[in-house]
Design a protein around this ligand. Structure first.
Ligand code: DX5
Ligand code: ZN
Length: 228
């Protein structure tokens, strides 16, 4: 599966979002990752549906909306109407994740389910069949520029095998501390959508940074009775 790069505009200049998005999509980024924070699920407040609506008018890129909010079920309609392509919510933020996925699909969007580093894969096992994407947080959500948590590699790999065993299709997105170095490890573990904020927007040459994060294509072999 080819790697998809999703620059996070959290590290962009909020006064020039249209230009900041053009910069990364011109450089080959397929998705634009929008971090929505509510000041409760995570400490900061960032972007709401109004901003997404404006961004929709200036880009054809896939708008990958990451909801770091409590009660995500109350926000789905506004973000779908604003033009989100993918809506990802945290499994920790709702009692009814399965229903939230259904609602996102009814609204015509792809559905992603995010897990904090401290949340076990068992929280999403029953959702994989229904979801389009599982987002493994590789830092604790809330801020850009944090250090990649190494122990998440095993989790990514386990998820990759889980999906393979279920013979279903489900993207694996990773978010937090992704750069040219950690990219190799997460892709080897099975991630195919890479979010990167500071490593993209903090670079002098954004196009080169995206190229470095994308790296060389990794081919996964299917292991039948291999229990590594
Ligand atoms: C963290 C956000 C991330 C953030 C990643 O809460 O969900 O999308 O922008 O930033 P970096 O790539 O700098 O770790
Ligand atoms: Zn994010």
């Amino acid at each position: 599966m080819a790697t998809i790069i999703a620059p996070s505009i959290l590290s962009a200049d909020f006064a020039h979002l249209a230009d900041e998005i053009k910069k990364v999509t011109d450089a080959g980024a397929e998705y634009v990752h929008v971090d929505v924070m509510d000041g409760t699920f995570v400490p900061e407040i960032t972007i709401g549906a109004g901003v997404v609506k404006s961004l929709r008018k200036v880009t054809d890129a896939v708008l990958d909306v990451h909801l770091m909010v409590e009660h995500p079920e109350t926000q789905l309609e506004s973000f779908a109407q604003a033009g989100a392509d993918i809506i990802t919510f945290h499994v920790e933020a709702t009692r009814h994740p399965h229903r939230v996925i259904q609602k996102i699909h009814e609204l015509g969007c792809k559905a992603g389910v995010a897990l904090n580093p401290g949340t076990s894969l068992s929280a999403v096992e029953e959702l994989i069949e229904e979801a389009d994407m599982i987002l493994i947080m590789t830092v604790n959500p809330g801020y850009g520029g944090q250090k990649f948590i190494e122990s998440m590699l095993g989790k990514i790999h386990m998820l990759y095998h889980m999906i393979e065993e279920m013979e279903t299709e489900c993207d694996i997105e990773v978010d937090g501390g992704i750069n040219a170095q950690t990219s190799v490890d997460v892709r080897e573990a099975g991630a195919n959508i890479l979010v990167a904020g500071s490593a993209v927007y903090g670079a002098a040459d954004v196009a080169q940074a995206i190229k470095n994060i994308r790296g060389k294509e990794i081919f996964h072999h299917h292991h039948e009775d291999d229990d590594e």
